[in-house]
Design a binder for this molecule. Structure first.
Ligand code: GLU
Length: 552
């Protein structure tokens, strides 16, 4: 029996050739320098911040080069597939507007290079495996789990390299006749690649981030097709898919770096050009005094649910991700505050090799800045969208008081240095609850300062609200009136004079306005009091004075 006959015995239904696929998926007709990149997560878990970094990098590489960004569902590990993981990937890419140009979802294929789901590409993989068997570069291996375990144990004990190579590759030289006999007898087998590499020889690989790296050649006969579901292993699918989908740049986790010698040999065996590689580093987190790998189990921010639930603006999250992806992003952003992120000239060389430190404080800062630059109407809309999904109570309140909410959000917004109060939409209500009468049913904690006497406070408020406050006053008029009343009641309106002889007065104008602020909001720090009073109006302010009388 020839290798060809053995290949036919294993794949009797495969009639296409690798040349057929070559024609079916021709070189892409793109302009010089256009990058074809893919985001290729395995649906074995929910999309995490490391995946997000890869997706964003891919998106930037494609957009900035006039290339193609496609999504490939790498579902060959069917036993570990997690329900909902694929939906979540599509959701995240949509939510952040980093949509792939080509993908396959819910029965719809967009793009000419699909299917984009690996489990639907089985015929293609089999064609390529069949070809390797025909040319004698792949073979059925009948080693059982126990035998493999035995080999591994022996190698571990005797400090040998682990794997199936040399004398451990027991089926490598089996004759096609014998292989055929065992297959016909129903024995289980995997297909292994027949390596021709020499571990003692070296080759140089160039990673776009990590530079030139010397590797020993691969000499492992790794499985390329599993028994059972007959799906390919990652390594083989990588070769077939990235070749046929005409990928120019592979952005993938650093954990694949050690497989480079194998991938190098696989591409060489078929005579295909290897794509360029960008191996991304781990995402790290500061935990007390130590820095460790971010953990899906321990750190809620590791999974992409977190950012949406908290209501971080999508562009803030993307900027935070690019900040850790490229060391010069922050500088670029500072000089290009309004440019779309995908115009950033991403450089693989500026990626961290040892690990990217992700810091939520940094995200908060980026986000505060973004939110401070939104219009109040815009912010209201985003806040409402968030509330609609994550907090019905808040949604009800802010929808009922839409106008006041927008007015409140607009306080000190359209100015040169806008306030930076909010890092996410989930945090807004906690900093604005006092503007809604419905929210005053909580335990009230009046954060008073120097002036604490209840009668004095009531006196100030009654005098002010009944005899001074006028809702038509400009901010200047408003403040002049406060100063007038403050002097009349034994406080000093001029801070300089006050500081010279503080004992001569009951307090300063600041102490005086603190009283007003606290009675009206319970807090000693809020956005501009004049605006808050304008929104509340006299009637509600009087009501709050009543609440103060009852609760303080
Ligand atoms: N499916 C692989 C993973 O999730 C992708 C690696 C790659 O991008 O090539 O790790």
């Amino acid at each position: 029996m020839t290798n060809k006959e053995l290949a036919n015995l294993i794949f009797p239904n495969i009639t296409k050739t690798i040349e057929d696929y070559e024609k079916l998926y021709p070189e892409r007709n793109l302009k010089e320098g256009a990058k074809v990149v893919r985001f290729a997560p395995s649906p074995t878990g929910f999309m995490h911040i490391g995946n997000m970094m890869q997706a964003v990098i891919n998106f930037v590489l494609a957009k900035s080069s006039g290339g193609v960004f496609y999504l490939r569902n790498e579902d060959t590990d069917q036993a570990r597939t997690v329900d909902g993981a694929v939906d979540f990937i599509h959701h995240v890419l949509n939510y952040y507007h980093i949509k792939p140009d080509e993908y396959e979802y819910q029965g719809k294929i967009v793009g000419e290079y699909g299917p984009y789901i690996q489990s639907e590409r089985i015929e293609i993989y089999h064609t390529f495996v069949k070809y390797l068997i025909e040319i004698g570069r792949a073979y059925p291996c009948f080693l059982t789990k126990e035998e493999l375990e035995e080999i591994r144990e022996y190698q571990t004990k005797s400090k040998k390299r682990i794997g199936i190579y040399g004398k451990y590759a027991k089926c490598r030289d089996m004759s096609p006749d014998e292989a055929a006999k065992r297959i016909k007898a129903g024995e289980k087998f995997v297909i292994r690649f027949k390596s021709m590499g020499d571990f003692n020889k070296k080759f140089v690989f160039e990673d776009l981030t990590q530079g030139k790296i010397e590797f020993p050649e691969n000499d492992l006969d790794v499985p390329i097709m599993k028994s059972g579901d007959l799906l390919p292993t990652y390594h083989f699918a990588h070769l077939v898919d990235d070749h046929l989908m005409r990928t120019t740049h592979v952005v993938r986790g650093n954990e694949w770096m050690s497989s480079v010698p194998l991938h190098y040999e696989l591409f060489k065996t078929f005579g295909y050009k290897m794509p360029k590689y960008i191996h991304t580093s781990l995402i790290l987190k500061k935990d007390g005094d130590t820095i460790r790998k971010i953990s899906k189990r321990k750190d809620p921010e590791a999974l992409m649910f977190y950012y949406e639930e908290k209501g971080y603006p999508i562009l803030a999250v993307i900027d935070a991700v690019l900040t850790i992806a490229n060391s010069n992003f922050e500088e670029w952003r500072a000089s290009n505050p309004d440019k779309p992120f995908y115009e950033f000239p991403f450089s693989p060389k500026k990626m961290s090799v040892s690990g990217a430190l992700f810091d939520l404080d940094k995200l908060d800062n980026i986000s505060k800045n973004y939110i401070s630059k939104m219009t109040a109407e815009n912010l209201y809309q985003e806040y409402k969208n968030w509330a609609l999904k994550y907090n019905k109570e808040i949604d009800e309140i802010i929808s009922k008081h839409k106008e006041d909410t927008i007015k409140f959000l607009n306080i000190e917004r359209e100015v040169k240095k806008p306030r930076k109060d909010y890092e996410n939409y989930a945090g807004i209500f906690d900093k604005s609850w006092y503007m809604y009468d419905e929210a005053w049913n909580r335990e009230l904690n009046y954060n008073l300062g120097k002036v604490k006497d209840k009668d004095e406070i009531i006196n100030i408020m009654e005098e002010y609200l009944n005899n001074y406050y006028n809702e038509d006053d400009s901010q200047e008029e408003w403040f002049n009136k406060i100063k007038e009343l403050c002097l009349k009641m034994g406080y000093q309106s001029d801070m300089k004079i006050y500081k010279e002889n503080p004992d001569n007065y009951k307090g300063s104008v600041a102490d005086f306005t603190t009283v007003m602020r606290v009675v009206l909001t319970t807090l000693d720090m809020t956005p501009n009091l004049y605006d808050i009073m304008q929104i509340l109006g006299k009637k509600r302010m009087l009501k709050r004075l009543e609440i103060f009388k009852e609760n303080y």
